[in-house]
Design a binder for this molecule. Structure first.
Ligand SMILES: *Cc1c(COP(=O)(O)O)cnc(C)c1O
Length: 366
């Protein structure tokens, strides 16, 4: 019997660090302290150092991280925020939650990241912020984005949920704008064993505001100074993330090697394989190919017990919730939604699996 190749196996990934995770669980369990304690403080410090920024503030998830940053900068009703047209829905939802309006800008067809050449045309007198996404792990063109932001006096908030460890001109993503939001959802490169997220910034005031937002608008118990939420990165997840952070670069390297092998093995195919800019080092959150026969290819791989996922099948502007955007014509986002397919990619995936995926694709795409 031929074995299934999963799209992502969290249990296989975690096997190599299982003893450390078990130890972390026991340490937190024995401490009897589960929310806002020393594990979170240690992780925040370690991730800030890793990310080359002054502050990391842990929150409940990536969506809250982005939402809290918009609130911290006073962005809300009557404001516009520029977002990519081809991102995960959370980027848009964070903007909508703040009361501001997401303004979609199409991606570059090679990098799949927001195209800086199209941003200026989308700026109005109400634009306050650009929220680039480092999609699939590849850094967006931040120098160009920051130059536009400077010219129009806009805030730049990076959505770094898919790019932990990725480099842009040798600098960590998440450290390249005014602030960034990231996610520790289990499937991300730096994934917890549950939900989690964080903001990164060099701005003391923004870090302080997010610390209040996450904890009922309070920095001192029973004193409430701002609007509040309950969205903390808990001690157990922080303890697990401290271990995951130690292996992040090693796991990203392994992902990069798998990606290189795919690209090499698929050279002779009709597919479009990922193209990474010279100034970027991708975190390879996803290995996304494009095919004009995407659905057929996905079915064929499934028949051969290879799991794939589409990131993402429906762009935000065509979602039911975003009805007022349904009339927008965003041809690149719509084309990508029809053609993209993410291949299995995870730390500990073996050579034989990589070759079987590629060989099966070549059956019908060469
Ligand atoms: C995962 C993700 C988020 C949201 O993170 P959660 O922790 O799931 O809330 C935001 N933006 C992008 C691009 C993501 O991939």
């Amino acid at each position: 019997m031929i074995e299934t190749i999963p799209f992502l196996s969290l249990s296989r990934q975690n096997e190599s660090i299982r003893a450390s995770l078990d130890q972390a669980y026991r340490r937190v369990m024995d401490s009897g302290w589960f929310i806002l304690g020393s594990e979170l403080e240690a992780f925040e410090h370690e991730f800030a150092v890793y990310s080359e920024v002054k502050h990391c503030v842990g929150v409940g998830n990536g969506l809250d991280a982005l939402h809290f940053l918009l609130l911290a900068y006073g962005i809300g009703k009557g404001d516009e925020v520029i977002v990519p047209s081809n991102t995960f829905i959370a980027t848009w939802l964070a903007v909508s939650q703040s009361g501001a309006i997401p303004v979609p800008v199409e991606p570059n067809i090679e990098s799949y990241n927001i195209d800086p050449r199209l941003i200026e045309a989308a700026i109005t007198s109400r634009t306050r912020c650009i929220m680039p996404v480092h999609l699939y792990g590849q850094p967006a063109d931040m120098d160009a984005i920051n130059a536009i932001a400077k010219k129009y006096n806009l805030i730049v908030i990076e959505d770094a949920a898919q790019s932990q460890g990725a480099l842009y001109k040798n600098k960590k993503t998440g450290s390249l704008g005014d602030a960034s939001g990231t996610s520790f959802y289990p499937g991300k490169n730096l994934g917890a064993l549950g939900d989690g997220g964080a903001i990164l910034t060099n701005d003391d005031a923004v870090a302080d505001k997010v610390k209040k937002f996450r904890n009922y608008g309070s920095s001192m118990k029973y004193h409430h100074e701002s609007l509040g939420f309950n969205s903390r990165l808990d001690e157990m997840q922080a303890a697990f993330l401290r271990i995951k952070l130690q292996v992040l670069d090693e796991w990203n390297n392994a992902r990069s090697n798998i990606a290189k092998k795919y690209t090499n093995l698929l050279k002779s195919s009709k597919l479009v394989t990922p193209s990474i800019s010279d100034s970027a080092q991708s975190a390879w959150h996803l290995y996304v190919i494009r095919s004009l026969n995407r659905d057929k290819l996905k079915d064929y791989l499934a028949q051969h017990k290879i799991s794939t996922v589409i990131h993402y099948p429906i762009p935000p502007h065509l979602q039911n919730y975003y009805q007022e955007f349904n009339k927008y014509h965003l041809p690149i986002a719509e084309k990508l939604a029809k053609e993209v397919l993410s291949l299995p990619l995870f730390y500990s995936m073996n050579e034989a699996e990589i070759e079987r995926v590629a060989k099966t694709i070549l059956d019908i795409e060469s």
